[in-house]
Design a protein around this ligand. Structure first.
Ligand code: NAD
Length: 482
């Protein structure tokens, strides 16, 4: 008999998926395919209490990630390649849970990779200030710490990358929370990126509320970058106030397209239609109201209604589909309710106006006329495939109406003389104004809404600096000692 029992083998550390924690409840969040209305998969419903562990790990990972810019550049470039390599799987899953046509999912995956590549090569600039005094001051830039990125369901991958790419490039770590309606493609993205990023640099957490609220108020989070609706944005700002974390809010929009009297309707109709209906109208900066000169109003309505009646609506995986379903049941109910309210207010239907029969969350692409200007479908964000077209007699009135809501994300002016259109666009109160197109962005531009549409600036170098803090070193010049 041995004198003493052998030491027991130490218990192996539990294997951990990048976005699953020891002790996490089993998968509980049902994910619905909006083309069928049926649940087809599940995602973990993280208990908010586990955020302490997540944020703590994120903070530890930050200590080494922040110190090596060259390693970050290499890792983010590799991340872009990894996203592209996983493009087929990401795009199919995105269409399945979000509903958009497969071609649009591929485009979203490409934009996700492009954001990673753009920010991989962007670095903050150290600057010296010479103001004539015998003092040298140097402005350097430092990262903030763990960043919470909270995103909606309309562009789950590309909006996530718009947040985590600049945050990671700046040397922060990120805890990313997708919408409970679209957690799957983001989870897949998290595991694709886990292969090329150091552990815990990017953590994906999925679950129902109050997960987002608890993440936004977590004391270990130093920047909350949020994209979503105005009411939730306000709640996020309040939650982040508890720890005085920096807040960037990219919120809703109610963009107006103002058509000038020299517009060539046939020439712009396709582009105008898709500016409103891409992604089934679920785009923050979609055209959500059209103002047409009274003389051209009927022609504009007919051009848009003809396209609404003939566009192929169907499941996103069907190769002929140009317009998919609305993403989720509450959003479909809202779109239906706003349409019915407009009809009760006196609006008339030029195309659509109703749900489509059969399974799934399909709503017929809808063009509304005779809509009173104070109807909710004009004053609020419909975020779906419904477009009111309003006549105007006087351009000043049209611009007052365009500027007359609480939103200020984007706007556009359409006409045959681009210089005149640009002069008129200068009178729009919004963050981005487009001429003869809408909702186009370049990676290097700032993106910011005014009024209720946002706080802070994303995009381009502004997005990078939004994830950094200045650190200033002052010292007297040599002459001060002589
Ligand atoms: P939402 O505000 O309901 O949800 C956005 C995210 O916040 C989701 O992940 C949600 O789970 C989470 N959330 C919900 N309650 C929360 C809370 N109390 N605290 C923290 N997080 C919380 O928005 P949505 O319905 O998912 O998306 C549609 C909205 O997003 C529209 O208003 C649209 O205009 C806006 N949006 C804006 C932009 C932009 O860049 N400005 C881009 C896309 C979408």
């Amino acid at each position: 008999m041995p004198k003493s029992e052998p030491e027991p083998e130490p218990e192996p550390e539990p294997e951990r998926e990048p976005d699953r924690l020891p002790g996490q409840r089993a998968a509980q969040l049902a994910v619905v395919d909006p083309a069928t209305g049926e649940a087809f998969d599940e995602a973990p419903d993280l208990q908010p209490d586990l955020l302490d562990t997540v944020v703590d790990r994120s903070r530890r990972a930050w200590r080494s990630w922040r110190g090596d810019p060259a390693a970050r550049t290499a890792a983010l470039r590799a991340a872009a390649g990894a996203v592209e390599a996983a493009g087929d799987d990401l795009a199919r899953l995105l269409t399945r849970e979000q509903g958009k046509p497969l071609a649009e999912s591929y485009a979203e995956v490409a934009r996700t990779a492009a954001r990673l590549r753009y920010f991989a090569d962007l670095a903050p600039k150290t600057r010296r200030i010479a103001d004539g005094r015998p003092v040298h001051s140097e402005i350097r830039w430092r990262s903030l710490g763990p960043v919470a990125a909270i995103v909606p369901w309309n562009f789950p991958l590309q909006l996530a990358a718009a947040k985590f790419a600049p945050a990671l490039a700046a040397g922060n770590t990120v805890v990313l929370k997708p919408s409970p309606f679209t957690p799957l493609a983001t989870r897949l993205l998290g595991s694709v990126l886990a292969a090329v990023l150091p552990e815990d640099v990017l953590t994906v957490v999925t679950g129902r509320e109050p997960l987002g609220a608890r993440l936004a108020s977590h004391p270990g989070i130093r920047h909350v970058t949020f994209t979503g609706s105005v009411p939730t944005g306000r709640a996020v700002a309040e939650a982040a106030a508890a720890s005085l974390a920096r807040v960037t809010l990219e919120l809703g929009g109610n963009d107006a397209a103002v058509l000038l009297d020299d517009v060539e309707v046939d020439r712009i109709a396709d582009r105008l239609f898709w500016s409103a209906f891409r992604n089934c109208g679920q785009v923050c900066m979609a055209v959500k109201r059209v103002y047409a000169p009274a003389r051209l109003h009927a022609q504009v309505v007919e051009a848009l209604a003809e396209r609404a009646r003939t566009v192929v609506v169907g499941p996103g995986l069907d190769p002929d589909t140009r317009l998919g379903p609305v993403n989720n049941a509450p959003q479909l109910a809202r779109v239906e309710q706003l349409t019915q309210r407009a009809l009760a207010d006196g609006a008339r239907v030029a195309a659509g106006g109703h749900r489509l029969s059969g399974p799934g969350y399909f709503f017929a692409p809808t063009i509304l006329t005779h809509v009173p200007p104070d109807s909710q479908v004009v004053t609020e964000e419909q975020f779906g495939p419904v477009l009111p077209v309003l006549p105007y007699r006087n351009l000043d009135e049209a611009l007052d109406a365009a500027n007359g809501t609480g939103f200020g994300l984007g706007g556009s002016v359409w006409g045959s003389d681009p210089d005149r259109a640009e002069a008129v666009a200068g009178r729009l109160e919004c963050g981005t104004a487009w001429i003869n197109h809408h909702a186009e962005l370049s990676l290097g531009q700032p993106f910011a809404g005014v009024k209720d549409s946002g706080v802070g600036v994303a995009g381009g170098p502004w997005g990078l600096y939004g994830n950094l803090r200045p650190f200033v070193v002052h010292r007297p010049g040599e002459e001060a000692w002589s």
